[in-house]
Design a protein around this ligand. Structure first.
Ligand code: UGA
Length: 439
């Protein structure tokens, strides 16, 4: 099939490349010429394992192209995916829908023939219905234009796998205007449906809420274990063993029960806030007040990490702090709302010299926090350190051994903000090891 994908960020670029991988002819559309130039040259503008190979293979096969021209995209296909960002509005909790609105406002007037727009971006409930009305009003094809919602559940670091082999597909269709959206989606995703991946067809509002609820649940699960971790610390218990034990209950499950410095990134933090804001607009803000606590618990992880660093150094003023990890999670170079970078920034503001190293997120970190000191390796970051903080659980850090660093640090003190190292190994080598929520 022929299709266009609007937006070539984490979501759009992955979707475009993966749809081409399924054999479709895809045109990726973006307003950013620098991003397009990279993609056209077969380079992914961010770090995502495996994506570059898929991108190159499909460009070479002639199935994947890029453009900045909406006219070209409107003429190219009658199936359009919308995958632009919905960041948090400055100074408020609500989502900023200007990019989503701009796609509809620019594309719809060019739709002279019947077309389907599948929204993939995470949007507040009610957005799809509003965009549908707007598209029908602006398009010469009028009621021939359908807007359906097909939320995306991919994780950064596993984006290709999650797009080609998702846990489920969800499609919200306009129940008041039955059209072709479901049958077209079945054609687009035919290979996935052949693998018996569950396909749930809902109304528009349910599809939008599925996505918001999924991220709210994941955030809640992480904050739950982090809250328990605070209790473990006070009681001298071990949250990692506790998580293993409760995780064996299939109703609970072990995944997303890793206590540490908490969740960050471009999705969970802003999505729970947008969800609260939308619930407020709908007059049901009380239903989601617990998410405020989820957010509070999460932000408290960052301040308590700063406190632990202070305790370890005596005073942060003049201390040398090594920070391992800047990305919001491993296998990503994304530093949006990254706990690691946030902690590093706070510690530096309190007078310490922070030396930071991340395998992939150095450029993005430098752009956001130019005043931190960036090291070229783990060893360099740890030189003369009074304390080492591990804040992102990259494989490179998990493999570290005490003897790798003993000779370069000033004090053998390590705080494991992701509980990803073995306390026994470090303690028996003479280090002061501190995990979060562990005795
Ligand atoms: C998240 C969801 O997991 C995806 O399903 C969703 O599609 C995506 O948001 C989105 O809305 O686009 P992602 O932001 O890539 O995906 O990251 P996650 O893997 O969910 O991790 C989020 C944060 O939680 C990271 O900072 C991670 O370190 C932290 N985390 C995760 C924990 O602190 N503990 C855990 O046990 C798991």
């Amino acid at each position: 099939m022929k299709m266009s994908v609007f937006g070539t960020g984490y979501l759009g670029a992955t979707h475009a490349a993966c749809m081409a991988e399924l054999g479709h002819e895809v045109l990726g559309v973006d307003v950013d010429p620098a991003k397009l130039a990279k993609l056209e040259a077969g380079e992914v503008p961010f770090y995502e394992p495996g994506l570059e190979e898929v991108l190159r293979r499909n460009i070479d096969a002639g199935r994947l192209q890029f453009t900045s021209s909406y006219e070209e995209a409107a003429a190219f296909a009658d199936v359009h995916f919308l995958g632009v960002g919905t960041p948090q509005k400055k100074g408020e909790y609500a989502a900023d829908l200007r990019y989503v609105d701009a796609v509809i406002d620019t594309l719809a007037p060019l739709l002279t023939e019947p077309a389907i727009i599948f929204g993939k971006s995470t949007v507040p409930v009610g957005t799809a219905e509003r965009l549908g009305a707007r598209a029908r009003e602006l398009a010469p094809a009028g009621d021939g234009v359908e807007v359906a919602w097909n939320p995306e559940f991919l994780r950064e670091g596993f984006a290709v796998q999650d797009t080609i082999h998702p846990d489920r597909l969800v499609l919200g269709v306009d129940r008041d205007r039955p059209g072709r959206a479901e049958s077209v989606a079945r054609e687009v995703y035919a290979q996935l449906l052949d693998e018996s991946i569950p396909f749930l067809v809902t109304d528009l509002a349910t599809a939008e809420l599925v996505k918001a609820s999924a991220n709210a649940f994941l955030a809640t699960k992480i904050s739950f274990i982090n809250a328990i971790s605070e209790v473990c610390e006070a009681a001298g218990a071990d949250v990692t063993v506790l998580a293993d034990a409760i995780g064996h209950d299939a109703r609970i499950g072990r995944r997303f029960l890793n206590a540490g410095v908490g969740f960050g990134g471009g999705c969970l933090p802003k999505d729970i806030r947008a969800f609260m804001a939308r619930a407020g607009e709908l007059g049901v803000d009380q239903a989601l007040t617990f998410l405020r606590e989820v957010d509070n618990i999460n932000m408290r992880r960052r301040t308590s990490m700063v406190e632990l660093a202070r305790e370890a150094c005596g005073s942060l003023l003049g201390a040398r702090v090594a920070v391992l990890g800047a990305a919001f999670k491993p296998d990503s170079d994304d530093v949006r709302d990254s706990p690691a970078l946030n902690v590093a920034g706070q510690i530096q503001l309190q007078g310490a010299t922070v030396n930071i190293y991340d395998p992939k997120a150095m450029d993005n970190s430098r752009a956001l926090f130019p005043t931190l000191t960036y090291a070229g390796s783990v060893r360099e970051a740890c030189e003369e350190a009074d304390v080492i903080l591990v804040l992102t659980e990259w494989a490179e850090f998990r493999k570290l051994q005490p003897e790798d660093l003993a000779a370069v640090v000033r004090k053998k003190v390590l705080i494991d903000g992701r509980n990803c190292l073995d306390p026994l190994v470090w303690r028996s080598a003479g280090w002061a090891y501190r995990g979060l929520g562990r005795p």
